[in-house]
Design a binder for this molecule. Structure first.
Ligand code: 48H
Length: 256
């Protein structure tokens, strides 16, 4: 006989375990698009305790719709190593442009992040940051349903040694820090220039405020770089790059 109350208890108690494990982490990633998911996978695989917060029901950000709802994306040659690492298939279009099924890309990034041990919190909006001694020490979170309904319900907090803004075009976390803490200027994303945009987001992936790193499209927003349309190599490489920067930083700290 199936016991309805047991189903409820199983869900409530196991979610609470996941939540309590996830709220004190090494790295908190805001946004589960291509850059955030890639970063989360590499960091978890390096042994860090990673939590990712996504305000929507489903993870994947801007991948699913491909270009203008044609659910294919393009990845350039320089990012094929990342696709190989994830086991994502691609087809050559010409010597530098490869076609990837947007659904396979999103689905596999999500699957590999979860399997690598990333704690995933969807339906969770990051609405503020915690700053102590001049550096980001955590995030302020609330259920997205609370934010969407406009209910007056106070948020709660999580702690992290490093925070990643992977919120895409809006660069939500960086904007919050710029507004409330200063010491960070948001230049705003520029017009389309795929080559410059792709190169720039990888090169400028960095720590923008003590404890706060930026990846993906949010890099373009912070540094005033061009957008690039439905080519995703830069997002994947930026996610990998931010994971490397954080690994170096946290491992360096552990040694000192
Ligand atoms: C929790 C949040 C919050 C919040 C937002 O937009 P994304 O896919 O981001 P990237 O940078 O990984 O990838 C960008 C790419 O998808 C894209 O748009 C490109 C390449 N555009 C080029 C062009 O020219 O247009 O994902 C960001 C995620 C989304 O899932 C949001 O829902 C989520 O962040 N998010 N999650 N708390 N406050 N704000």
């Amino acid at each position: 006989m199936i016991d309805e109350i047991k189903i409820t208890k199983a869900i409530a108690s196991s979610f609470m375990d996941k939540f309590l494990k996830g709220i004190e982490c090494d790295v908190a990633i805001v946004g589960a698009g291509p850059s955030g998911l890639t970063a989360s996978y590499y960091l978890a695989r390096s042994g860090f305790k990673v939590s990712i917060f996504e305000k929507k029901l489903s993870l994947g950000g801007g991948i699913w719709g491909g270009g203008m709802m044609f659910n294919q994306v393009v990845v350039q040659k320089s990012a094929l190593d990342v696709l190989d690492e994830f086991g994502i298939s691609y087809e050559e279009f010409d010597e530098n442009h490869y076609i990837v099924d947007a659904i396979e890309l999103a689905g596999t990034l999500i699957y590999k992040a979860v399997k690598a041990g990333v704690s995933v919190f969807n339906l969770t909006t990051v609405e503020d940051v915690m700053i102590k001694n001049g550096r980001i020490s955590g995030l302020v979170i609330n259920w997205s349903a609370v934010e969407m309904s406009g209910l007056h319900v106070d948020p709660m907090t999580i702690s992290a040694k490093a925070v990643v803004d992977a919120t895409g075009h809006d660069a939500v976390v960086c904007r919050l820090v710029a507004k409330k803490a200063g010491r960070l200027e948001i230049k705003g994303e520029r017009f389309m220039h795929a080559e410059e945009g792709e190169k720039g987001v990888v090169e400028r992936t960095s720590e923008v405020f003590p404890g706060l790193f930026v990846t993906g499209m949010a890099v373009a927003a912070v540094y005033g770089l061009p957008r690039m349309g439905p080519i995703f190599g830069g997002m994947l490489l930026s996610g990998k790059r931010v994971a490397e920067l954080i690994s170096e930083k946290l491992k360096g700290k552990a040694r000192s």
